[in-house]
Design a protein around this ligand. Structure first.
Ligand SMILES: Nc1nc2c(c(=O)[nH]1)N[C@H]1C(S)=C(S)[C@@H](COP(=O)(O)O)O[C@H]1N2
Ligand SMILES: [Mo]
Length: 254
């Protein structure tokens, strides 16, 4: 463990503070796993005790079984070269990451079953960055228990932090060996064997850390056009998640 001031110095040197650019972010991967005094102690304990769910062999994938499923048929076309993932809220180090930054982080691959409440399932291979690595970079404050997740189609979700830092909860950029197709959430979507399909947000743009399930400003203000359209169409007052606010269970464990 390194002292907080050293972390901040290192982080500054790696260009972490205000978004990463060019080769300055090459040191990013080296920072994963370094904790500071401000880091959430209960998250550190979680990281040690969680174990992975058994996976499937690669030849078991069922590409034809994965049904494209969305609350609307709008699939946002995000330009990966200008895309930025924001991690903000109650964190020591807010992050604004390009796809290039994310590709430089450790790449995790898994073969798991995706389960939709509508009565279908599919074994899928996903690869991308683990949320636990991103959480360790962003350094949530001690009181953080939840995150809110923004999607470019107006979908929104909230998760408990324990499920988020599970070793098989990924922000995936590959599906069944290829870049994720747009309808399946390109360039970044959540993938995890421990949550039902509706928790696994596609087209993720922002993850906001919080101590309580009070919607963050971006969800309350509804300045986002896609969010405005989605909530108006369904008469939603956003609190916990797009389907949860229509009666679906919040934790939604598999
Ligand atoms: N942004 C966004 N993410 C979403 C949804 C959605 O409508 N919008 N639908 C969810 C549901 S109900 C399921 S089952 C999966 C489907 O993922 P797929 O289209 O890749 O099969 O995406 C989830 N993530
Ligand atoms: Mo679903």
């Amino acid at each position: 463990m390194i002292a907080r001031r050293d972390f901040l110095r290192l982080a500054g040197g790696a260009g972490l503070s205000l978004g990463l650019t060019g080769c300055a972010s090459a040191d990013l991967g080296n920072l994963v796993g370094m904790a500071t005094e401000g880091f959430n102690q209960s998250i550190e304990a979680l990281l040690l005790k969680q174990s992975p769910v058994p996976e499937f062999a690669l030849d078991r994938i069922q590409p034809a079984e994965l049904i494209v499923n969305g609350f609307s048929n709008y699939a946002p076309a995000i330009d990966p070269s200008t895309f930025r993932l924001t991690l903000d809220g109650d964190v020591v180090k807010p992050l604004n990451l390009s796809m290039e930054d994310l590709y430089k982080l450790s790449k995790k691959s898994m073969v798991i079953r995706h389960v939709c409440v509508e009565g279908w399932a599919a074994i899928v291979q996903w690869a991308g960055v683990s949320l636990r690595d991103l959480v360790q970079l962003a350094q949530p404050a001690n009181n953080v228990k939840y995150v809110y997740i923004q999607s470019a189609d107006g979908y929104y979700e909230s998760w408990d932090i324990a499920s988020l830092v599970h070793p098989q909860t990924l922000l995936a950029y590959e599906m069944n060996g290829n870049p994720i197709p747009i309808p399946n959430g390109a360039p970044l979507r959540l993938a995890s064997p421990i949550k039902l399909g509706y928790k696994l947000s596609k087209w993720v743009t922002r993850i906001t850390f919080t101590s309580s399930l009070v919607p963050p400003v971006w969800l309350r203000d509804r300045s986002d056009r896609a969010l405005l359209i989605a909530t108006a169409r369904y008469g939603l007052n956003p609190v916990k998640g797009f389907w949860e606010d229509q009666g679906y269970e919040w934790f939604a464990g598999v």
